[in-house]
Design a protein around this ligand. Structure first.
Ligand SMILES: Cc1cc2nc3c(=O)[nH]c(=O)nc-3n(C[C@H](O)[C@H](O)[C@H](O)COP(=O)(O)O)c2cc1C
Length: 282
């Protein structure tokens, strides 16, 4: 036998236990992926914007209309999915960014230190309502290969108060994007899915609609309905974060903790550090 002549161990047939090594009696350490955060991280009980505790079983979905227009394919597709969700018993709140007063972030970093934005407009109310939501339906069109400027302005205002705090951690997102001809799909996806906020992606539907828009919502109603049902199921079943999201969250969390929040120069991250401590992340 070649393996004996060469002093190698006989290859073990599948299923046979290796008796040469004693079995450890110590409890087995959980593997890396079993130690990663699963879904909502220390999220407080769900409350409405006034702080009232919500009844168990009420599914709250916020539909975010990210285009500056009040019509068009994306608008219609969001309406369609919102109606489907409402028909399944979800409480759907529509947020049309074009109708909200949202000013540019001025970069004062007061929110990082205190948790309160220095700008007084509609954003503080929007942020509270986003914290209370179980899931999101988002939509916008590609503009100049990216996403609409309006959506960018909104996104900058939630980055620290919802992203750094991980207040959207584990919340499910269904996103709908559209483009006239080509490009912009990835850029749009990152924003619509709140990439880096530890959200749980359910689906990203991306449509080529033509210039001017020729695709009709009725043409894709089946896809929209199926995606709406997936979102409702993910929320109702408390589906855990996908492994890839948990891994990237763990790496991202390590970097932020070590290089930003632990050094906390001049107390600039005071509010975020406190929130991470409250959630057991630090
Ligand atoms: C200012 C502006 C910029 C646009 N940039 C692009 C682009 O870079 N690539 C592209 O294929 N379509 C582009 N489009 C077309 C839009 O993506 C298309 O009209 C949109 O997806 C239609 O969606 P709606 O019917 O919901 O408005 C642009 C449209 C506008 C108004």
């Amino acid at each position: 036998m070649a393996h004996r002549r060469l002093g190698r161990r006989r290859p073990r047939p599948p299923g046979e236990r290796d008796h040469s090594r004693p079995r450890s009696r110590l409890p087995r350490r959980p593997r890396l992926w079993q130690r990663l955060p699963r879904g909502p991280e220390g999220r407080p009980p769900r409350t409405d914007p006034r702080g009232r505790r919500l009844e168990e079983g009420t599914m709250k979905v916020m539909a975010i209309y990210g285009n500056p227009t009040r019509e068009g394919f994306v608008h219609g597709a969001l309406d369609h999915v919102a109606q489907r969700l409402a028909a399944t018993g979800a409480e759907v709140e529509r947020l049309r960014l074009a109708d909200a007063a949202i000013r540019d972030c001025v970069g004062c970093f007061q929110c990082l230190r205190t948790g309160v934005c220095s700008i007084q407009d509609d954003m503080s109310g929007i942020i509270e309502r986003m914290r209370a939501a179980d899931g999101f339906l988002t939509g916008a069109s590609v503009r100049n290969g990216y996403f609409p400027a309006l959506y960018k302005r909104f996104y900058e205002r939630i980055t620290y108060l919802l992203g750094f705090t991980r207040d959207l951690g584990g919340k499910h997102v269904l996103a709908i994007g559209a483009v006239g001809m080509a490009t912009g799909k990835k850029h749009l996806r990152r924003q619509l899915m709140f990439d880096g906020f530890q959200t749980s992606p359910v689906a990203y539907l991306f449509f080529h609609v033509g210039i001017p828009t020729r695709l009709r919502v009725e043409d894709v109603a089946g896809r929209l309905d199926r995606a709406a049902d997936r979102l409702a199921t993910a929320i109702a079943s408390h589906a855990p974060l996908p492994l890839s999201a948990r891994l990237s969250g763990a790496i991202n969390g390590f970097v932020m903790r070590q290089f930003m929040f632990k050094p906390n120069p001049g107390g600039v991250y005071d509010y975020i550090v406190q929130r991470w401590r409250d959630k057991g992340l630090m």
